[in-house]
Design a protein around this ligand. Sequence first.
Ligand code: HAM
Length: 412
Amino acid sequence: MTKILPVRGTHDLFGKNLFLYKHIEKIISKIANDYDFNEIITPIFEKSELFQKPLGQLSDVVLKEMYTFEDRNQSLITLRPEYTTPIIRAAITNNLLNNLPLKLFGMGPMFRRERPQRGRYRQFNQINFEILGSSDSFADTEIIVLASEFLKNINLNKKIKLYLNSLGDLDTLVEYKKKLSSYFDKYKNDLSDESKLKIHTNPLRILDSKDTADIKLNINAPKIENFYSVSAIKIFEDVKNLLSKSGIIFEIDKSLVRGLDYYCHTVFEFKNEDSVSQNTIIGGGRYDGLVKTLNGPNIPGVGWACGVERIIMMMKELKINPALAQLIIVEETSKEYGLNLLLKLRKMNFKVRYDYKYNLKKSLGQANEFKIKYAIIIGEKEKNNGFYTVKNLYEGNQIEVDFKELLTVLNS
Ligand code: HAM
């Protein structure tokens, strides 16, 4: 019988990946609590119109990637491709916008029919943080500091770099897009086929094209900074200043425009410096017109989303706070001797793993997999003579020690 395979671009979460997913979830809950964000869980599918207008009638996500289908009553339903619009919809539906600012976060699956590859899936999980109702640069700063704090907590901060840009205010952006379209129109024969399609629909996206012909044309394309209004310059300066004061290191990237259509002012991306493709780990920015577009009040917003699978991929390459030692009791008859040691070590705050296996080979295999440094092995011989065998799993050598000597090894 042929096996039923999963849908292309989907994956099951189990074992180490699920362990890391749960670990990330715990850290997110803690940070959200510290920064005073409340969780929200919205349905996985929504009416299609929720996404069509705000994401940009002509953006890639809406044109090519949404899973949209007709329900039995002929209404159009879409599996959510992102979380910002559903969160705003839920805030409007449930009258949560009476007390501003509203700080919400959510974590869960999103769906985009992209071409699957490493780090790019058709069902993937996002963590999303949003501040609704403040245009203060403090909010932009706080949300970026939060992202940076999260990356620090999972030990990825050294591998990920923050890039920042400003798209100016909404009116400026409309003007700028017109200028860009007419510039690219002049050189349309030199543009890549993909960018040709975006000249009048989404010219901003041509600016972050990886195609060499496009990159050449981008050098002389009109620059957004020449269109900034006085207040847009001030907002951008404020954000940069507050970020620096908060100890956040960033680089300005003038080609950073983001893929969705609702952004203005601050936009940012945290990127994995060790990878060239699918390297954006967190992306976000300010979206001051979005709540109004969704028929809510005219209030600003700022936020970000992080791809959980991309984080998991990076975390798998790191040791995540492994136990210092694995206790291995070889026969059940040595259980009491082993338990006594385990209790003593735990009382002294050593992180020791124990797996109840009574199987040297299996336990050593697991200890290696979890990147644990020491195995403390207890068999009949150890029990009868009152000592322990301790093996350094990083270096491969092993010695027999009494309790005092064991402490010296563990503290070394
Ligand atoms: P986005 O850039 O479309 O922004 O997605 C944010 C993050 O989700 C990406 O940086 C990436 O880590 C992850 N991601 C996106 N597509 C995939 C995929 N196919 N497979 C795996 N991971 C993926 C947004 O979604 C905005 N809603 C972010 C935002 C929130 N802006 C303001 N608030």
